[in-house]
Design a protein. Structure first.
Length: 91
């Protein structure tokens, strides 16, 4: 793995990470609007008026979405990088 390849992959990885976080947040917001109990915003874990089950459910759904989006984008970025450079991305 050349140093130039690693230098080129790092900014791509950062952009994908930031974009993935924004995308995951938008997806979670849309899902929570549909399944939230008449509350378009997810519950704040520090708000003791929300039930523990609701807070933990929201956190689990959000974690699942973030993990899926992150893995999908990292995988797509790695495949795209390999298609362009004919070598695997740096570890």
């Amino acid at each position: 793995m050349s140093r130039i390849s690693k230098t080129l992959y790092t900014p791509l990885s950062v952009v994908m990470g930031v974009g993935g976080g924004l995308l995951a947040g938008q997806i979670f917001g849309q899902i929570w609007k549909r399944i939230g109990e008449n509350d378009p915003e997810p519950p704040d874990p520090k708000d003791l008026n929300s039930s523990t089950a609701t807070v933990l459910t929201a956190a689990a759904i959000q974690g699942l979405i973030v993990g899926l989006v992150r893995a999908g984008l990292q995988r797509a970025g790695a495949r795209g990088y390999q298609a362009v450079t004919n070598e695997p991305p740096p570890a």
